[in-house]
Design a protein around this ligand. Structure first.
Ligand code: CTP
Ligand code: MG
Length: 247
């Protein structure tokens, strides 16, 4: 007999309910390190703005029914143009105004989430994430409540003091570089952002707010193509990758 908890039942995906998902894309940064007049999400990457490449990576994700992009007030109309052209009628989309810090941009966008079991947060400037990694991260978050993509660090990492003397060399086996998407059960992320706002807590990514609440966050192994376009050299590499259609 197959029961709901038997391994065979777990493998029968035909009857699994589809998990509803909302995607938040922070795109309100000014791109200081890139040193361009145009903010990074709107820089052309072989015929399309980076933002369009990035959103395109999610359009085949099962259960995705809402996309919210946080951007600066000056970029709202060009963002709406990109979304209108890219997204079909089955996914609802909207733009919200971002804030002076990424955390504020996400906070604003979270208020626009309509009704979703999972919320995915993905940087506008990571256009090479694979659907396989996105799905793996969603599956982990469904089970654990919070999951993020990452890769093991390849260099030795040293903690240094203000005079640049080494304080510590942490064991590299336990150091991972964290990427996006970062995926959460909606209630967990909403609670984390609400508490952080109330208590003026500031984290460097979404997961760190959830960690601060004492909730577990699982790291799912992604791949190194999912880098964040940050410096001019990253843009050159991105252009070469798109031209070669390598990922
Ligand atoms: N971001 C945002 N709101 C901010 C700052 C950043 O929505 N106030 C977004 C960026 O647009 C980007 C993502 O968060 O898609 C990751 O940030 P980062 O790569 O640091 O981009 P910038 O902040 O624009 O770049 P820099 O730090 O070099 O200024
Ligand atoms: Mg930044």
């Amino acid at each position: 007999m197959i029961t709901a908890s038997s391994p065979l039942a777990t493998r029968c995906s035909l009857s699994d309910p589809v998990i509803s998902k909302a995607l938040i894309i922070p795109a309100a940064g000014s791109g200081k390190r890139m040193q361009r007049d145009v903010p990074k999400p709107f820089i052309e990457l072989v015929g399309q703005p980076i933002l369009a490449h990035t959103i395109g990576r999610f359009l085949k994700l099962e259960g995705l029914n809402q996309i919210i992009v946080a951007t600066s007030s000056q970029s709202i109309s060009r963002t709406e143009g990109i979304l209108q052209e890219l997204i079909g009628g089955e996914i609802s989309w909207s733009c919200v105004e971002g804030g002076t810090e990424r955390q504020y941009s996400i906070q604003n966008a979270l208020q626009a989430v309509a009704d979703a079991q999972l919320v995915l947060v993905h940087d506008a400037v990571r256009p090479f994430v694979s659907l396989k990694s996105i799905k793996a991260c969603c599956e982990a978050a469904e089970k654990t409540g919070a999951a993020v993509l990452g890769t093991p660090v390849k260099d030795t990492i040293k903690k240094i003091d203000k005079e640049h003397f080494v304080e510590e060399t942490p064991d590299r086996r336990f150091l991972w570089q964290i990427q996006t998407p970062q995926v959460f059960k909606t209630g967990i992320l909403q609670k984390a952002y609400h508490l952080a706002d109330e208590q003026n807590y500031f984290g460097t990514d979404d997961a760190s707010l959830v960690e601060w609440m004492g909730e577990p966050v699982q790291v799912v192994q992604g791949d190194r193509h999912n880098f964040k376009i940050t410096y001019p050299q990253d843009l050159e590499y991105a252009r070469a990758l798109v031209k070669k259609r390598e990922c």
